[in-house]
Design a protein around this ligand. Structure first.
Ligand SMILES: [Zn+2]
Ligand SMILES: [Zn+2]
Length: 63
């Protein structure tokens, strides 16, 4: 299996989550929060974007 590199911390991961704030592909450790949308879709947000009110609001209103 290919090992992927997190765009946030540079660590290795086997599965990415995409941050809805900055659009970076981030590893599990960098995900601050994530939620399920309809069916298979999911959104995640990184710690950095969580600290920015505008981006956090966008994450919360995603559906
Ligand atoms: Zn990371
Ligand atoms: Zn982010």
């Amino acid at each position: 299996m290919a090992v992927l590199i997190c765009e946030k911390c540079g660590g290795e991961t086997i599965a990415f989550e995409k941050c809805s704030g900055c659009g970076k592909k981030i590893c599990r450790k960098c995900v601050k929060s994530q939620k399920k949308l309809h069916k298979l879709d999911r959104v995640a947000i990184c710690r950095e974007c969580w600290g920015r009110m505008g981006k956090r609001g966008k994450f919360k209103s995603a559906r």
